[in-house]
Design a protein. Structure first.
Length: 134
C-alpha cells in the first residue's frame, strides 16, 4: 500500500534523498516479497506467553509421543508472536523455517516439556538468537 504524502500534508525537502528512486525500488521489492509470504499461507504462527519472563521461545518437536511442530511442518516460515500484556499490539518475528531448523541443529538448546497440559517437548531458544539470524 502506497501513501501519497502530498495528500496527507507531508512535503519533503528538495534533495532529501538523491537516491530516492533506487531506495523506492529496493523497498518495493521487499514489500512485494512480504506480501507473497503472507498470501502463500505457508506460515506457522506461534504465540509464546512466557517468553518475556523466560527470555526463550518454545519450539515444539514432539507431542504426546509423536513428532510434531518443527519436525513435521510444511510451512516455509515460522512466525513468533513475542506476547506481552504491556502493549495492545504485539511484536512478531518472521523466520524462514529452514533457518530455524539450522539454528536448532547448530546449537544445543535445552529441551523442556510444554504446550497444552505439558504433553509436548520442545527446544528452549533464546529470543535473541532469533534476532541474530539476520
Amino acid at each position: 500500500m502506497r501513501l501519497r504524502l502530498d495528500r496527507i500534508g507531508v512535503t519533503l525537502t528538495k534533495g532529501f534523498n538523491p537516491n530516492f528512486d533506487i531506495c523506492l525500488e529496493f523497498g518495493e521489492k521487499y514489500e512485494n516479497e512480504f506480501q507473497k509470504i503472507i498470501e502463500s499461507k505457508q506460515i506457522e504462527v506461534k504465540t509464546d506467553r512466557v517468553c518475556q519472563r523466560t527470555g526463550n521461545v518454545f519450539v515444539e518437536f514432539e507431542s504426546r509421543g509423536k513428532e510434531s511442530g518443527i519436525n513435521i511442518t510444511t510451512a516455509s516460515y515460522w512466525v513468533y508472536c513475542l506476547w506481552t500484556d504491556k502493549f495492545k499490539e504485539q511484536t512478531y518475528i518472521f523466520i524462514p523455517t529452514r533457518r530455524l531448523k539450522k539454528l536448532i541443529k547448530d546449537k544445543e538448546y535445552r529441551i523442556s516439556n510444554g504446550g497444552d497440559n505439558w504433553t509436548s517437548k520442545g527446544y528452549l531458544v533464546p529470543k535473541e538468537d532469533l534476532l541474530d539470524l539476520i
